[in-house]
Design a protein around this ligand. Structure first.
Ligand SMILES: Cc1ncc(C[n+]2csc(CCOP(=O)(O)OP(=O)(O)O)c2C)c(N)n1
Ligand code: SF4
Length: 289
C-alpha cells in the first residue's frame, strides 16, 4: 500500500462526526452523493430537526421514491422505506394511517415528485395527511445522468434536451398552495441553518407540510441551479408576509425567478386521521354529529 495514503475507517469517521448530538440520527452508511451535492444538507437538516423536536429514531419513518434524493433513508438512523419511482406519497400515507403515532417524513427529487409522482400530490395535500414532504428540487434527473425534469428552466441544455429545453417549468409552490397543502415553505440547500429551521417547523406542523428545497446538482448542472446563481437569486420573504394569507403566498410564489425562502402559508384544519376517526365514529353510531 502507498504509505502516503491513509485509509479512513468508517468507525473512526463516525466517532468524529458523532461528537455533536444530532449526528446520532445518522446511519452507519455514509452518503453516496457526489461531493458538493445539495443533498448533504438534507441529512444535516433532518437530523437537526429530529434532535430538536426530541423525536426518537424508533418513532420515525423516512419514505422515498427513486432518485439520488431518494437514497436518503439509507443515511439516517430511522425506519425507512425506499419505494417505487413516484410512489412515495401513497406509501407514506398508508404508513401514517396504519400507525398515527409515527412521525412520517417523505423525501424525493423533483422528477419523482412532479413527473411520475405528480398525480399523488394533490390528494395527499387536500386530505391533509399528517406528514412532512421534503422535495429536493435540482431541476434535473440526477440519478439517470442529467435529463430535463418538470422544473427545468426554458433554454436548459441537458442530455435529453441537447437543443435546449423548450417546456415551461412547473411552479411547485403555486401547485401546492392551490392543492390545499396546510403548510408550504421554501428553503435552499446552501443556507443550511435556515434549512434545518424550516424542516423543524414543517415537522412541527400538524397536517400536510410541503417544503421545497432548492438544491444544486453539481455534476449535471453547471449553468442553472448552481450555488453561484442561487446565492444571488434567493431572497427572504418580506418581513410583513402574512402566512395566513393564501393570496399573498401565491403572489410570492409567482415570482419564481427570485425565489423567496421562508414559510409561505400555514393553516390549522383537521387532518386525514382526524377526519377518518370522526367518520368511523359516525359509522359506528357513537357520534351523533
Ligand atoms: C417507473 C420508473 N421509471 C423511470 C425510472 C428511471 N428513473 C430513476 S430516477 C429517475 C429520475 C430522478 O430524478 P429526480 O426524481 O429529480 O431525483 P434526483 O436523482 O435528481 O435526486 C428516473 C426517471 C425508474 N426508476 N422507474
Ligand atoms: S448526480 Fe447530482 S443530484 Fe445526484 S448525487 Fe450527484 S450532484 Fe447530487
Amino acid at each position: 500500500m502507498n504509505e502516503h495514503v491513509k485509509p479512513v475507517y468508517l468507525e473512526e469517521k463516525l466517532e468524529e462526526i458523532r461528537a455533536d448530538g444530532h449526528q446520532e440520527y445518522r446511519s452507519k452508511s455514509l452518503p453516496t452523493w457526489c461531493p458538493g451535492c445539495g443533498y448533504f444538507s438534507m441529512a444535516e437538516g433532518l437530523t437537526f430537526a429530529l434532535k430538536r423536536l426530541g423525536i426518537e429514531y424508533k418513532d420515525v419513518v423516512t419514505v422515498s421514491g427513486i432518485g439520488c434524493a431518494s437514497r436518503f433513508p439509507f443515511f439516517v438512523n430511522t425506519y425507512g422505506f425506499h419505494t417505487l419511482h413516484g410512489r412515495v406519497l401513497p406509501v407514506a400515507t398508508g404508513i401514517k394511517i396504519g400507525n398515527e403515532d409515527l412521525t412520517v417524513v417523505a423525501v424525493g427529487g423533483d422528477g419523482d415528485a412532479f413527473a411520475i409522482g405528480g398525480g399523488h400530490i394533490p390528494h395527499a395535500a387536500r386530505r391533509n395527511v399528517n406528514l412532512t414532504y421534503l422535495v429536493f428540487d435540482n431541476g434535473i434527473y440526477g440519478l439517470t445522468k442529467g435529463q430535463a425534469s418538470p422544473t427545468s428552466a426554458v433554454g436548459f441544455k441537458t442530455s435529453s434536451t441537447p437543443y435546449e429545453n423548450g417546456d415551461v417549468p412547473l411552479n411547485p409552490l403555486m401547485m401546492l398552495l392551490s392543492y390545499g397543502a396546510s403548510w408550504v415553505g421554501q428553503a435552499y440547500a446552501g443556507h443550511q441553518h435556515h434549512l434545518a429551521d424550516m424542516i423543524t417547523e414543517a415537522m412541527a406542523h400538524r397536517g400536510f407540510s410541503f417544503l421545497r428545497v432548492l438544491s444544486p446538482c453539481v455534476t449535471f448542472d453547471k449553468t442553472n441551479n448552481t450555488y453561484a446563481n442561487l446565492n444571488m437569486a434567493a431572497r427572504g420573504l418580506p418581513e410583513d408576509h402574512d402566512s395566513s394569507d393564501l393570496m399573498a403566498a401565491m403572489a410570492e410564489a409567482a415570482q419564481a425567478d427570485h425565489p423567496a425562502l421562508g414559510v409561505y402559508y400555514k393553516e390549522d384544519r383537521p387532518t386525514l386521521d382526524e377526519v377518518m376517526a370522526a367518520t368511523n365514529r359516525r359509522a359506528a353510531g357513537t357520534d351523533p354529529a
